[in-house]
Design a protein around this ligand. Structure first.
Ligand SMILES: [Fe+2]
Ligand SMILES: [Fe+2]
Length: 459
């Protein structure tokens, strides 16, 4: 059978006009840089959109997946980076979604996209037996395959007609390069510290085969048979409810009050020095806020993309607050690990429904911070306490942003009115604080006040 061909249409040229154009061009004084990008590329808009939609979906799912593990990761540095990386994935999804909306897809279509094969791959990757295996799946299998696919797409698509896609993918790769390099270094550290390298290699091979069995991240590679058995078939993944810390930490849940936890207060109660240290410790202990917002992202997955995106960004901010806390404690003369870590809030929030846990950390915790941080900053300025001033100044700006975004997120999480939500949240936290032995009064007649919650499990 004869192949169909495109019939060439001859150009109708006029010699006078041609000569005149050459003359005008020669007389033109400026020799601007020549743009040599050729027309062409492998994809039509529909083919482009099919691939970008898969990339969007994988990025969205990776952000959710990292969120699901935030409680269960014990190692401090890994938990922090996970808080950052889940935003990198959500931000990639956000940029791809925007580009897709310019490639004949509506936001509603993009947000409703699901892929059962990718879901199975994600559930298997989530079934990691520890944080090291999680990093293998997220970064060394999924992340590295996506980075390769993005580089290929940049090379293969039309550099003129589709340059907005190229720009999106290049910017995503700017986040990917340090992220994947960090994951490799972290896995080397796990192995050097005694984690069995062959266990990780086996898991990497298993997940790589599973990904290959669905045609890779593009879905267009030749498929191989799926590996069996799958852990996620034997036991469906469930997120953990208990916050983990590594062995450098001493933790407490028997109180929410640092002075009570220390036994002997380090500074007189109510003094500036006391408030200052409490603030710095609270920031370092916002490692629990990474857990809270990351977990919400998983718990409300697919309900609303914007809410997921805000949660991812807040999770990264809380990872920064933790870093700020850790570094300011060092700069204030402490070994951050000599100061016991408050695990009270995360212990209560871990098993809780997202709307109530969110109400606690956002409506009580973050709103609570804004009530006191202004006077703390003011006093720091008067005392020329540059360290606290510098940290708190940025944190105040972040927390104001979180309170604003929180309103939108809560609307997605629950239909309850503000009063009902606050009341139920206080009841649930009272129950939890009683179970931890922090408050002991009779629950029938007693619900801890908003101020107590802000103090005991606030941020
Ligand atoms: Fe924070
Ligand atoms: Fe916050």
């Amino acid at each position: 059978m004869e192949q169909p061909t495109t019939r060439e249409i001859p150009a109708v040229r006029r010699p006078d006009a041609q000569r005149a154009a050459v003359q005008r061009r020669d007389a033109f004084p400026y020799r601007f840089p020549r743009d040599n990008r050729p027309l062409g590329g492998k994809f039509s808009v529909a083919q482009n959109a099919r691939l970008l939609l898969r990339f969007f979906y994988l990025e969205r799912r990776l952000a959710q997946a990292l969120g699901a593990w935030t409680l269960a990761i014990p190692e401090f540095e890994v938990k922090l980076e996970t808080g950052r990386h889940l935003f990198y994935h959500a931000d990639a999804a956000h940029a791809l979604r925007q580009r897709l909306s310019e490639q004949e897809k509506t936001l509603a279509q993009i947000d409703a996209f699901r892929d059962a094969e990718i879901d199975q791959f994600i559930h298997e990757l989530l079934s990691a037996s520890d944080a090291a295996e999680l990093l293998v799946g997220i970064h060394q299998v999924a992340g590295s395959a996506l980075a390769t696919a993005y580089r290929h797409h940049v090379d293969d698509t039309d550099p003129v007609t589709d340059v907005p896609t190229i720009r999106v993918l290049r910017r995503v790769l700017l986040d990917y390069e340090p992220m994947l390099a960090w994951a490799d270094a972290a896995l080397a550290a796990y192995v050097a510290g005694g984690i069995d390298e062959s266990r990780l290699a086996r898991w990497r091979w298993h997940l790589a085969r599973l990904l290959a069995s669905i045609g890779g991240v593009t879905g267009s590679d030749e498929r191989c048979p799926a590996p069996a058995p799958l852990r996620s078939n034997e036991r469906p993944f469930e997120r953990s409810t208990r916050p983990q810390r590594d062995s450098r930490f001493v933790t407490f849940t028997n109180t929410g009050d640092y002075d009570a936890a220390d036994g002997e207060p380090r500074f007189p109660s109510g003094s500036y020095e006391n408030l200052r240290l409490r603030f710095l410790r609270t920031q370092r202990d916002e490692v629990d806020a990474i857990e809270a917002f990351g977990t919400f992202l998983w718990d409300i997955r697919f309900r609303d993309f914007e809410a997921e995106y805000h949660l991812a960004r807040i999770t990264w901010d809380e990872a920064r607050h933790t870093e700020i806390g850790h570094r300011t404690l060092l700069a204030a003369g402490y070994d951050p690990f000599e100061l016991p870590n408050r695990l009270t809030s995360s212990t209560c929030r871990g098993p809780m429904e997202p709307a109530y846990a969110m109400a606690e950390i956002n409506l009580f915790g973050e709103v609570g911070v804004l009530k006191t941080i202004g006077s703390l900053i003011h006093e720091a300025a008067e005392r020329h306490d540059d360290l606290l001033y510098h940290a708190a100044d940025f944190i105040r700006a972040d927390e104001r942003t979180h309170v604003r975004k929180g309103r939108q997120i809560i609307r997605v999480m629950t239909d309850l009115g503000a009063q009902q939500l606050e009341q139920r949240t206080r009841e649930l936290f009272t129950e939890c604080l009683v179970s931890l032995g922090i408050v002991t009064r009779d629950m029938d007649v007693f619900t801890v006040s908003r101020d107590d919650i802000e103090f005991l499990v606030g941020e």
